[in-house]
Design a protein around this ligand. Structure first.
Ligand code: HEM
Length: 327
């Protein structure tokens, strides 16, 4: 009996030990392996983002699209190299992403400083944060140590990235699949305070909502009329772009949420946030609080999103080029 208890104790200690050695993200992961890594990223962003401030929005969206498919592992950056494996990059939601060359440039600077040390997944997470901060948005913590994935499938992007036609149930399900709750859904949707959309992402709401040439009754009719007259002139317009938060699409502020309450959220997924009492009350709470409160809460949800299913320790790899797996 004593021998059995002794064995049990040792087994328990082993489990605790294994748990504690499991690699995790940590602040300043590169502080000894590449001490200037985070500085190099930040300097490059600060020097170049002002030439193209719209990159802050698209790279923030890139980080989201990366994390929702196989975790934050830079799988969104991989090029399709054979006809029998279409990667995430060519899936419909990712066709409007930009900024891949910006990520490649940062990667080349880091490879010059510390070859094969800094992952593309960490670069996306750091650039997204630094670009948002450089354009006046919130700061959030980016613990590092993510490693890069080797698999990328277009079909998985379609299954996991919420489409703009999502209703509340769909959004709740897709966020819950990633371990994110309704508060995260409301806060992270607040990223639509910056950036643009193509007409094609919402023109069904203007021209053919139920298939009989009608308009979405949940969209403010004056706003819809304006969009039709000045911007999205037909159902099939897939080139014109529209500010998602008209009047302040370059400023990270609360006006996205104000638009939601006026039924002026651009996507069905935006307006869906006002169809559920829990998310509606989060929206109201954010609007009643100061901007700093939104920034702090957004930061918490971004840090949470940045931890989704990360590969650490010995899983995955450190890609040499962000668009291709190592040979
Ligand atoms: C809740 C579900 C979401 C849906 C359905 C959704 C959908 C979309 C769509 C359709 C666009 C416009 C794409 C285009 O036509 O060019 C867009 C843009 C954008 N999204 Fe989302 N999104 C969601 C959540 C998020 C989250 C969680 C983030 C980041 C944390 C985010 C950040 C952005 C940004 C910054 C843009 C502007 C991109 C640019 O200016 O190029 N979105 N989103």
């Amino acid at each position: 009996m004593r021998g059995f208890r002794h064995f049990g104790m040792m087994f328990f200690c082993l489990l605790v030990f294994m748990g504690s050695t499991e690699a995790q993200l940590q602040m300043g992961f590169y502080s000894s392996s590449c001490p200037n890594a985070e500085r190099i990223v930040q300097d490059y962003v600060n020097r170049h983002i002002h030439n193209a401030p719209s990159l802050a929005a698209t790279i923030l969206r890139m980080h989201f699209h990366d994390c929702f498919v196989r975790g934050c592992d830079a799988s969104v950056l991989l090029n399709t190299t054979s006809s029998n494996n279409q990667t995430e990059k060519v899936a419909t939601p990712n066709l409007t992403l930009r900024g891949f060359d910006f990520i490649d440039k940062v990667k080349s600077l880091l490879e010059a400083a510390c070859p094969a040390v800094v992952s593309c997944a960490d670069i996306v997470a750091l650039v997204a944060r630094d670009a948002v901060v450089a354009t006046g948005g919130p700061f959030w913590r980016v613990p590092t140590g993510r490693r890069d994935g080797t698999i990328s499938r277009s079909s998985e992007a379609l299954n996991n990235i919420p489409p703009p036609t999502s209703n509340f149930t769909n959004l709740q399900r897709l966020f819950a699949n990633q371990g994110l709750d309704l508060k995260d859904l409301v806060l992270l949707s607040g990223a639509h305070t910056i950036g643009i959309s193509h007409c094609s992402s919402f023109s069904n709401r203007l021209y053919n909502f139920t298939g009989v040439g009608d308009q979405d009754p949940a969209l403010d009719s004056e706003y819809a009329a304006n969009l039709k007259a000045r911007k999205c002139r037909s159902l099939n317009d897939n080139t014109t772009i529209v500010e998602m938060d008209p009047g302040s699409f370059r400023t990270f502020d609360l006006s996205y949420y104000r638009h939601l309450l006026k039924r002026r959220g651009l996507f069905q997924s935006d307006s869906a946030l006002t169809t559920n009492s829990t998310t509606l009350s989060f929206v109201n709470q954010l609007l009643q609080g100061p901007l700093q409160n939104f920034f702090a809460e957004f930061a918490n949800s971004m840090e949470k999103m940045g931890r989704i299913n990360v590969k650490t320790g010995t899983t995955g790899e450190i890609r040499k080029h962000c668009a291709v797996v190592n040979s």
